[in-house]
Design a protein. Structure first.
Length: 267
């Protein structure tokens, strides 16, 4: 099973890029962020024409998350994080597919810091941590995937000294990320590439992509049962170099049943 996360930065404006990548990479499950489209403007037909079912939580001009699957029916289990009934941002969607729970998320940016946007980021992170603990306690295999808007360590950011005052690199945000991991989640990309400088985002300005001046802010976290099945994890960085593309690149993991015979069978 190949599971991916991709901040598309506008699902309709960048639809040709998304469809091109889906056709080339053929992930089984995809969590999308920053749809920037209201509920009735999601390009369902174009995605279904490629063989994917889809659920989505849209919002006009901002935010928006979706889950795509080509493995069968998607059973939506949650839309929005618990803990704040007044939060109207479309930032979380969750579904069961083939016995696995997938939580797709778009964590708040939090800039400028300090201020109400940063306070909202930390509150949202706390709510995510609380909900993630409940997911683990359920005993079900779970993937949390999305744009976390956090660079966990110095190796996850080009020239970290330039980001010390940014909400994405704030000590409070990084501490929250590691509180989440300590529940038992595995950061899949870092688990397989522990010492590598790997980025998932490159700004449109200052020729960042060509200079590889990036950030690693898109993550796939695996519950303990799925972590034992982790076979591969990479960033499709070349997608960031395509015309009219997102400033993020897709990130994916491959999960295999390692208990099977010599040729491991996908989940």
């Amino acid at each position: 099973m190949k599971v991916a996360t991709y901040n598309v930065n506008g699902v309709n404006g960048r639809l040709p890029v998304l469809l091109r990548w889906l056709e080339a990479s053929q992930p089984d499950i995809v969590c999308l962020q920053e749809l920037k489209a209201p509920q009735d403007k999601f390009p369902e037909k174009a995605i279904r024409d490629l063989g994917y079912d889809a659920i989505w939580h849209g919002q006009k001009s901002w935010n928006g998350v979706a889950i795509l699957s080509r493995l069968g029916p998607i059973e939506e289990t949650r839309r929005g994080l618990p803990g704040d009934p007044h939060d109207t941002h479309s930032r979380y969607i969750e579904a069961a597919i083939n016995g696995i729970l997938f939580g797709g998320l778009y964590l708040p940016n939090g800039n400028p810091k300090p201020g109400p946007k940063f306070d909202y980021k930390l509150r949202w992170f706390d709510r995510l941590i609380d909900h993630a603990a409940e997911l683990l306690q359920s005993g079900k295999p779970v993937v949390l995937a999305g744009d976390f808007n956090v660079m966990p360590t110095d190796i996850d950011v080009y020239k970290p000294e330039r980001w010390l005052d940014d909400a994405l690199f704030a000590p409070e945000a990084r501490a929250a990320y590691f509180r989440l991991l300590k529940q038992g989640w595995t950061d899949a990309l870092r688990a397989l590439h522990p010492g590598e400088r790997i980025y998932t985002f490159w700004d449109y300005f200052r020729n960042a992509y060509a200079r590889n001046a990036g950030l690693r802010i898109d993550h796939l976290l695996l519950s303990p049962e799925l972590a034992t099945k982790l076979a591969d994890a990479h960033v499709d960085a070349k997608v960031r170099g395509w015309a009219k593309t997102s400033d993020h690149a897709p990130v994916w993991v491959e999960l295999k049943d390692k208990r099977s015979a010599r040729t491991s069978t996908s989940l």
